[in-house]
Design a protein around this ligand. Structure first.
Ligand SMILES: *[C@@H]1O[C@H](CO)[C@@H](O)[C@H](O)[C@H]1NC(C)=O
Ligand SMILES: *[C@@H]1O[C@H](CO)[C@@H](O)[C@H](O)[C@H]1NC(C)=O
Ligand SMILES: *[C@@H]1O[C@H](CO)[C@@H](O)[C@H](O)[C@H]1NC(C)=O
Ligand SMILES: *[C@@H]1O[C@H](CO)[C@@H](O)[C@H](O)[C@H]1NC(C)=O
Ligand SMILES: *[C@@H]1O[C@H](CO)[C@@H](O)[C@H](O)[C@H]1NC(C)=O
Length: 479
């Protein structure tokens, strides 16, 4: 096991993510809300909630396959700048900003083994680019106030630390981001909005290697700095999005808007968490419940179970992991195990779905998540399977571990994040098919199809591609 992983997962439990705090309202405009220190963006969001007339749905083309034996990730295609250029960015619900590699980056990957063509963003090459200054509203609301030593024209810097130990740093810029607005059945028209995002000049950890290199990361977190929050604040979209990640064919569906088909059952998000956390109540293996202490599901500052599309596998506290593994392998007592690249693997002849139990995670509000043997056991070579469950094995100060459910369990399901109602839900779904989204502008219901962005080359990797893209911290200068 990568020795960094337990360390950084444990960091998750210690940081309070307090870096993103309240906006301070630096706009000097007269308005009745000024006294209450409301930023302009808030007013626009307020208005659009009332009128709902300019809201629309967005269809984001995605590619990639979440299997550890394939790309291990999903990525989206977006356009940035004037004239617009294409960028491929990893979609990640565990982090809060969009960033792309900048032309000033000297150690950024130049080529990608995934076969996509990498593009460095050049603010000077875009007519519509501008630098975010440290006293701009975006910067001050990001860091909960003006930074020390901030004077007009000083750039707004950032460093993001991710859960797998990688990090990136750079400057925030504002430019037009182009996306596909859903305009009819199977049909989109280009739209754009001015968005603030990171222009990264420095990478470390896996982000610097060309293995699974992409142009950047597309954070779909709840914080005001994410692109969905900025689009919502500009009155362009509702704060509702969905993904359906396909491990069978690759790609899938990633859309912003009010999904009306399929219908999903939901569970509440735990309030005030920096990630998408939900209340896991019980785990069932082949019809029998694991006997777990209920306080195992509570993890101190990071309450509940984190749902994260930017993480390849799924991580459980040691006590849950051990019971789960015992329960699974009680179905096959005669297997002999070996370790392949840190994974627990075994030989098995026949269909794993016939020989191993289904696993059901039970959440608050009776929402359940079924995980089948072919989801949690992935085939490494003929007749050799490896286990996707990982032993988090990390203790916080309070002696508690973290549950983190990644693509291993989220794939092949339509997962809906309704940030307006603060809940999340899912249903099993064919992610190569289509969904229906209601256009709030017209009331029309449109069909949105699956996409698969096909990279030119074919990926040859072992099982090395595992990402844990939860933001641990976003900070201004030193962290
Ligand atoms: C984020 O934006 C919302 C609505 O636009 C606003 O109510 C809230 O105070 C903002 N939060 C921060 C931390 O800036
Ligand atoms: C933004 O969209 C408008 C309206 O469709 C279009 O006229 C303009 O060229 C677009 N600008 C950019 C930078 O994409
Ligand atoms: C969440 O945070 C807000 C503002 O900090 C606070 O008013 C509210 O009570 C918190 N909610 C919970 C459930 O902790
Ligand atoms: C495991 O091996 C024992 C002894 O060889 C045998 O009796 C049993 O049927 C085997 N179980 C399975 C599930 O193959
Ligand atoms: C999933 O949907 C696609 C497109 O409609 C279809 O071709 C495929 O057969 C479906 N797969 C399954 C397993 O139903």
């Amino acid at each position: 096991m990568d020795p960094r992983r337990p360390l950084f997962l444990s960091l998750l439990l210690f940081f309070s993510f307090a870096s993103v705090a309240h906006a301070t309202g630096v706009f000097h405009v007269r308005h009745k809300y000024l006294d209450r220190k409301r930023a302009i963006a808030d007013l626009r969001a307020h208005d659009s909630r009332r009128h709902g007339r300019i809201l629309s749905a967005v269809d984001i083309p995605i590619g990639g396959v979440g299997l550890p034996t394939d790309t291990g990730l999903y990525y989206a295609e977006i356009g940035i700048g004037t004239p617009s250029k294409k960028y491929y960015v990893q979609v990640d619900t565990g982090s809060d900003i969009l960033w792309v590699n900048c032309v000033t980056c000297t150690r950024c990957p130049k080529k990608s083994d995934i076969g996509i063509e990498l593009t460095l963003y050049d603010p000077k090459g875009s007519n519509s680019a501008s630098l975010v200054s440290c006293d701009d509203n975006f910067c001050t609301s990001m860091y909960g106030g003006e930074m020390q030593g901030c004077s007009q024209g000083t750039p707004c810097q950032y460093r993001v630390l991710y859960g797998d130990g990688s990090s990136t740093a750079g400057l925030f810029v504002t430019d037009f981001v182009q996306y596909n607005q859903v305009s009819g059945n199977h049909q989109t028209t280009p739209a754009n909005e001015s968005v603030s995002f990171g222009c990264s000049a420095e990478q470390s950890g896996d982000l610097g290697s060309s293995n699974e290199a992409l142009d950047g990361i597309f954070g779909f977190g709840q914080s005001n700095s994410s692109m969905i929050s900025q689009l919502a604040a500009a009155g362009k979209v509702r704060k509702v999005f969905a993904h359906c990640l396909d491990t069978v064919k690759g790609g899938g569906i990633f859309a912003i808007g009010n999904v009306v088909e399929p219908k999903v059952k939901t569970t509440p998000l735990i309030p005030n968490m920096s990630h998408y956390n939900v209340n896991l109540k019980a785990i069932e293996v082949g019809g029998a419940f694991l006997q777990l202490p209920t306080d195992l599901f509570e993890t101190g500052d990071q309450k509940g179970t984190i749902i994260d599309s930017g993480t390849t596998l799924s991580y459980l506290p040691e006590a849950a992991y051990k019971q789960l593994m015992n329960a699974i392998f009680s179905y096959q007592p005669n297997l002999s195990f070996r370790t392949i690249q840190d994974f627990l693997c075994f030989q098995y002849i026949g269909s794993v779905d016939d020989g191993f139990p289904d696993i059901v995670f039970h959440f608050q509000n009776s929402l359940s998540l079924n995980v089948y043997p072919h989801d949690y056991l992935f085939q490494n070579e003929d007749d050799v399977y490896c286990v996707g469950w990982q032993n988090g094995g990390v203790q916080s100060k309070g002696g508690k571990d973290v549950f983190l459910l990644g693509d291993l369990v989220l794939s092949n399901k339509l997962v809906l994040y309704d940030l307006e109602n603060q809940d999340i839900g899912w249903t099993e779904y064919n992610c190569s098919s289509s969904i229906q989204i209601k256009d709030d502008k017209t009331g029309a219901i449109y069909i949105v199809d699956a996409h698969k962005i096909s990279p030119a080359g074919r990926l040859e990797v072992g099982m090395s591609i595992l990402v844990v893209l939860l933001t641990i911290m976003i900070c201004y200068l030193n962290c």
